[in-house]
Design a protein around this ligand. Structure first.
Ligand SMILES: Nc1nc2c(ncn2[C@@H]2O[C@H](COP(=O)(O)OP(=O)(O)OP(=O)(O)O)[C@@H](O)[C@H]2O)c(=O)[nH]1
Ligand SMILES: [Mg+2]
Length: 494
């Protein structure tokens, strides 16, 4: 209790002292300011203006310095939701091309779009899981079409277009694509991209939607695709079951936030052929092929209704979707380019670290914070990822990395020594070389963790990057040791 009172008295004295000092300072500053002001007013005007200008300049410089030091520079994030215009995408393509990015895939999308626009045809894509009956539906619409249909899933292996003219005389391209969820790699992507290029997607299913199907619908809705949900193989269901399923499908799309009208969810039977085993009167069995009756009237009505509306919005929506597809392909190419450039930068820094370590009689342990290699590598990697880091962040990252190097050095030395053993006949130089390789390995690991952080977060987060360095170091050491050992040997020989 006594102590408590003592502390309170001490705080009270401190407050009184702070008050006295603050008041004194305020009075002093005010007096000097007024003094200076009076003198300035009394003196020539030019002196007053010069003095004010210098004060403003000093204040601006101070604010600028604080800003540079403390406030992070923001890099505009790529906005996914804002629809891209033709000039947006063209500009991005030009910039990327000038930077050396391979833009061919994105350019091909734009060329394909132009060709489709010139043809004037409406593209309808039959999309869905394997064996849902996409090809069968096309066959039902265009009986003379040479469409591959099979009980075994995965029968359609590429994209095919079939010409169809509806009752209103509109020229339509029906697109058959590989079913999703098959075994062959890459086909899901082929199908999804083709769906994005179409005006309208007929999402074919044969029961309630699975999680994978729902995800596929979500992707299409995100691309603003008009979708008709087609419940095929309706012959397998009673009328009541069909009604329940249609209601469920409608609800699922609504849950995803999609706008699909009741008449855009239809139940049909594509028909086609089926093998049935028939029993003869004498008791023997025989397999025979039977025709299933097609019932696709509601689908034709749904398509016609969507197409009877003004075609222009459909064209515009398709255009926007293809621009987005092209932008996505460009983003993928840019990320590939960044990886390649980062690889070059990391290799360059690693080489410098190895050469530096070999040149030094006894290389210091604080390699990261002392040398310029780490700073330059960090700056260059940040630039590749469009990140403008504060100098403070670079310093912090390197010093956090440095504190981890202490622990990592014995490990990298051991790994380096082991890696060098793979090259016979090295004799006594192994000791010095092992050091050089160990330093090279550390820079290599540092660069790779940085790339990981920059690509994931889009900014230099010193703590996160240093943590990635610590966590990934042993993996990076093992992965890089042969390459860096060879590099060190080559440098040594040359
Ligand atoms: N019962 C019934 N079976 C159908 C119907 N439509 C198609 N099928 C059968 O479903 C199987 C798959 O038909 P496809 O048209 O090849 O299906 P797909 O979606 O094109 O398949 P993939 O190209 O492999 O993705 C075949 O055995 C068809 O006979 C239908 O309306 N009712
Ligand atoms: Mg097919």
């Amino acid at each position: 209790m006594k102590l408590d009172r003592f502390v309170r008295v001490a705080i009270a004295i401190a407050i009184a002292l702070v008050f006295v000092v603050a008041t004194g300072s305020l009075l002093f500053i005010t007096e000097s300011a007024l003094n200076v002001w009076d003198r300035l007013r009394a003196g020539p005007a030019v002196f007053l203006y010069t003095y004010t200008a210098v004060m403003v300049l000093l204040a601006t410089a101070a604010v600028w310095l604080v800003w540079r030091l403390v406030v992070k520079k923001k890099v505009a994030p790529a906005t996914r939701h804002k629809p891209l215009s033709k000039s947006d995408i063209k500009e991005r393509l030009q910039q990327a091309e000038a930077a050396g990015v391979d833009t061919s895939k994105a350019q091909a999308e734009l060329r394909d779009l132009a060709a489709r626009q010139a043809s004037g045809a409406i593209h309808l894509c039959f999309f869905g899981e394997i064996s849902s009956g996409k090809s069968s539906l096309i066959k039902a619409l265009v009986p003379e079409a040479d469409v591959v249909i099979d009980v075994v899933g995965g029968s359609t292996g590429d994209v095919r277009h079939y010409r169809w003219r509806n009752d209103a005389g509109i020229e339509i391209m029906l697109t058959d694509v590989p079913g999703t969820g098959g075994h062959e790699e890459g086909l899901d992507e082929v199908a999804t991209e083709e769906a994005k290029r179409s005006h309208l997607v007929l999402f074919v299913c044969d029961s309630d939607l699975t999680r994978t199907e729902l995800n596929a619908v979500k992707v299409l809705l995100a691309f603003d695709k008009p979708v008709v949900v087609v419940l095929n193989k309706a012959d397998r269901y009673s009328d009541d079951e069909q009604a329940t399923l249609l209601q469920q499908l409608l609800q699922r799309i609504a849950d995803l936030g999609g706008e699909v009208r009741r008449d855009q969810v239809v139940a049909v039977s594509a028909g086609g052929e089926t093998d049935v085993v028939a029993r003869r009167s004498d008791g023997s069995e025989e397999s025979e092929r039977r025709e299933r009756t097609a019932d696709i009237g509601v689908l034709v009505v749904a398509i016609n209704r969507l197409l009877s509306d003004d075609a222009q919005p459909l064209d515009e929506r398709r255009e926007r979707a293809v621009f987005q597809l092209a932008a996505d392909k460009l983003a993928a190419a840019e990320s590939e380019y960044r990886l390649q450039r980062s690889e070059q930068i990391i290799r360059g820094a690693t080489r410098k670290a190895v050469v530096g370590a070999m040149a030094a009689v006894s290389p210091g342990a604080d390699i990261l914070v002392q040398g310029y290699i780490g700073t330059t590598m960090t700056q260059e990697l940040c630039k590749i990822y469009g990140v403008a880091p504060r100098d403070l962040d670079i310093e912090e990252f390197l010093s956090l990395g440095q504190s981890r190097v202490g622990r990592a050095l014995p490990l990298s030395l051991a790994v380096a020594g082991n890696g060098l053993k793979a090259f016979p006949g090295l004799g006594t130089i192994v000791g010095g070389l092992a050091h050089a390789v160990a330093y090279g390995l550390i820079f290599d690991a540092l660069g790779r963790s940085l790339v990981l952080t920059l690509s994931r977060h889009g900014e230099l987060l010193p703590e996160t990057a240093a943590k990635a360095f610590e966590e990934g170091i042993s993996e990076h050491l093992e992965a890089g040791v042969r390459r860096i050992a060879r590099l060190a040997l080559d440098e040594k020989r040359s």
